[in-house]
Write a protein that binds this ligand. Structure first.
Ligand SMILES: [Zn+2]
Length: 324
């Protein structure tokens, strides 16, 4: 159906418009509505090349053939690769990280890492070292899906994505000194020590290890039910404290029970669950790359110093000396 048929008998304005279009076609001019768009955006993947196809060839000037065009594009890409490196060039040109919601560039690098969905291979590598049983998931009821298998990740709720990312982060963080309780890098220690994690909402506290070796994590009131941020300034909480909780319980999984009452340790030097959490606080605060944790709205490293002070004040029956 042409424009005239669509418009026939509808209105005078429409008929006038069709007449004007027909006249402009005869005269070889374009109406304002027909002018090619200046933008290179497109919804069909044509973009710049679609615009090139639309334009009439100039007399005496040959359009570049497909081979010449391919050579030009390849040369330009290689120039970008040489200038900024292959990985960055790939990000800029062809591939967007899977399932990524890119926050502002002003946000901390750790938050950019946490905003990304783990790839299917990364999910598989976490599943290989620890069994995750999401019996409770505070984000499941909303039906929201944070990551998708069809995008190269897995079908994950926001909560599941944050759990996988917290574990991935233990491999991402680099310390400039060995950890005080193990000779292994953090991720390797976790991989060897953790076996199985169950997420539950009906328990009053997180604990380990019942059944044998199983870490039980209480999902109620966990900040990772609400935020992707390492520390969300609105909550003063985030994936950082989940990571601390996870590694505290992992230490219990290695056989370190609390040695003073039901929830405290006698000494820091035992390097029990509180000792590990305290040491990790200090290492996060003082032995990591400050730029990686430089958030414009929150003092990430200060968060760990504060947690270390809280632990010293409340969870060692014999106070550690400052050098301990
Ligand atoms: Zn404990």
């Amino acid at each position: 159906m042409n424009s005239a048929e669509r418009c026939s008998g509808r209105c005078k304005v429409c008929v006038r418009w069709v007449s004007r279009m027909a006249a402009s076609r005869r005269s070889g001019t374009r109406s304002p509505d027909e002018q090619p768009r200046a933008t290179t955006q497109d919804s069909e993947g044509g973009g710049l090349f679609q615009d090139l196809r639309r334009r009439p060839a100039r007399r005496g000037v040959r359009r570049p053939g497909p081979w010449l065009l391919a050579v030009l594009v390849f040369t330009a890409y290689m120039l970008v690769v040489r200038t900024i490196g292959a990985q960055n060039a790939q990000r800029l040109t062809f591939r967007q990280a899977i399932g990524t919601v890119f926050p502002s560039e002003a946000i901390a690098p750790v938050d950019r890492f946490l905003a990304q969905c783990p790839t299917a291979a990364e999910i598989a590598s976490v599943d290989e070292i620890v069994s995750l049983d999401f019996r409770s998931d505070p984000t499941a009821a909303s039906g929201a899906q944070a990551c998708r298998r069809s995008d190269g990740s897995g079908d994950l709720t926001p909560f599941q994505k944050r759990v996988y990312n917290a574990i991935r982060l233990t491999r991402e963080i680099e310390f400039d000194e060995p950890l005080p309780w193990t000779s292994k890098p953090l991720y390797e220690w976790f991989a060897d020590a953790a076996d199985s994690i169950v997420f539950r909402d009906e328990i009053s506290l997180s604990f380990c290890c019942s059944p044998n070796g199983v870490i039980n994590l209480r999902t109620r009131n966990l900040a990772i039910g609400e935020t992707d941020r390492f520390i969300d300034p609105n909550l003063d909480d985030g994936i950082a404290s989940f990571m601390l909780l996870l590694l505290h319980e992992t230490r219990h999984g290695e056989g370190y029970r609390h040695t003073c009452g039901t929830n405290a340790d006698l000494r820091l030097t035992e390097r029990g669950a509180w000792g590990v959490q305290y040491s990790l606080d200090l290492w996060m605060a003082d032995h990591t790359d400050p730029a990686y944790f430089a958030a414009p709205d929150t003092d990430y490293r200060g968060f760990f110093r504060q947690d270390a002070r809280r632990i010293v004040q409340a969870y060692f029956c014999l106070q550690p000396t400052p050098s301990a």
